[in-house]
Design a protein around this ligand. Structure first.
Ligand code: HEC
Ligand code: HEC
Length: 331
């Protein structure tokens, strides 16, 4: 996405490293082959990619005029292509209050939050939607990333390099914004286009044909170029296995005899509470990834204990179902 991100990847600890982390004994009673299936799923759940790969991709693409003026339909802002290497474009400045310094420009080694989460915190599946999360929850997650009880290399780097004051300011800013639309349009289907990871997202493989969806969520941009230009209104479609929405609804609202109903903590419409994060309208890939990370013991800590008990009884397919249902709800 930008050269600055290189700092994180240069550390050499690739995202893949945490896929291979030993499974914690606390992770529950799911059979080991269920955990193997979940670890394998991290490939499409985490869409690992690096700045080096991004550079190689650009080098193989037709040369682009660095002086070209870029537009987005509906936005009055313009940027020169060359500017995008140094500036995070803010295509919709009227859609948010002024960004705190740490969000827009970063401070010291602390990267700008907007670099990976966008000016309104809408994010992409690879990162997370911060828009409208409880402020206290954001602060707690930064602590968890820093002390390693929540495993993620990018956020570990970030959390180790921002001040408490900046974290509080960023948390207040993102918490005060509202998610105005679902992150992805959810579609149930047995067959999906073949895809591969490119620029931190799944994209359709040209000429790749179709394949069975299996136990996956295939979340695709409608226009990958708009995502690369960091349009935070860019739209996504999420293909999910047939039957996911009905099964997910049952799990979320009644627990389907396996778990406590998700709605009992996350709110009737899964829109969260003053303390518990909302799930409605968020990326189904992100939600599934979190459930898998909790099951594998890569998201621990006191606040997380209620979730660890719930999750140990869910299969990957259950997780996909409940994530798909949550993603289909109005935020
Ligand atoms: C280099 C990219 C990058 C930058 C910069 C970055 N983040 Fe993140 N952030 C991520 C990724 C990737 C995830 C997803 C982690 C996961 O899957 O557990 C994430 C997740 C999060 C989450 C968890 C959200 C949830 O729902 O639990 C919070 C909170 C967060 N980031 C806050 C911030 C803040 C605040 C800043 C700026 C101070 C920031 N991030 C800067 C990449 C980044
Ligand atoms: C007993 C209360 C409780 C129940 C029941 C519960 N959750 Fe949670 N959930 C929480 C809490 C508390 C957190 C915040 C954990 C933390 O701070 O790390 C959370 C976090 C999450 C997250 C991470 C959100 C993010 O932004 O990263 C997901 C995803 C999630 N829950 C999904 C579910 C699903 C799906 C169900 C039903 C199968 C469920 N939860 C049932 C209390 C609950």
């Amino acid at each position: 996405m930008s050269v600055r991100r290189g700092a994180i990847w240069a550390i050499g600890s690739m995202l893949l490293a945490w896929v291979a982390m030993p499974v914690s004994g606390r992770a529950g009673d799911a059979p080991r082959d269920a955990h193997a299936q979940m670890r394998a799923a991290m490939d499409w759940l985490a869409t690992p990619w690096s700045d080096a790969q991004e550079k190689a991709l650009q080098a193989h693409s037709p040369p682009r005029d660095q002086n070209a003026i870029l537009h987005l339909p509906g936005s009055t802002r313009t940027y020169r292509r060359a500017q995008l290497a140094k500036t995070i474009p803010d295509w919709w400045p009227q859609a948010h209050p002024p960004m705190p310094t740490i969000v827009a420009r970063g401070r010291g080694k602390g990267l700008p939050c907007a670099e990976c989460h966008g000016p309104r915190g809408t994010g992409i599946a690879h990162t997370a939607t911060l828009t409208g999360l409880p402020a206290g929850y954001i602060v707690e997650q930064l602590q968890a990333f820093r002390d390693g009880s929540r495993v993620n290399d990018e956020m570990h780097f970030e959390a180790s390099n921002v001040s408490e004051a900046d974290v509080r300011e960023a948390a207040a800013y993102f918490s005060g914004l509202h998610l105005t639309s679902r992150r992805a349009h959810v579609v149930q289907t047995a067959r999906v286009p073949k895809t591969h990871v490119e620029s931190w997202m799944l994209v359709r493989t040209r000429g790749g044909g179709m394949e069975a969806i299996g136990d996956r969520v295939i979340e695709l941009p409608l226009n990958a170029d708009h995502v690369r230009l960091r349009d935070d209104r860019a739209r996504f479609v999420a293909y999910v296995p047939p039957g996911s929405l009905a099964r997910g609804r049952l799990l979320a609202t009644s627990g389907a005899g396996k778990v406590a109903a998700c709605v009992s903590c996350h709110g009737a419409d899964l829109r969260g509470t003053a303390k518990i994060p909302p799930l409605a309208g968020r990326s189904p890939t992100y939600i599934t990834r979190q459930l898998v990370q909790i099951a594998l013991g890569n998201r621990q800590g006191l606040a997380n204990q209620p979730m660890q008990q719930e999750i140990s009884r869910l299969s990957l397919s259950d997780m996909i179902s409940v994530a798909s249902y949550a993603a289909s709800l109005k935020p």
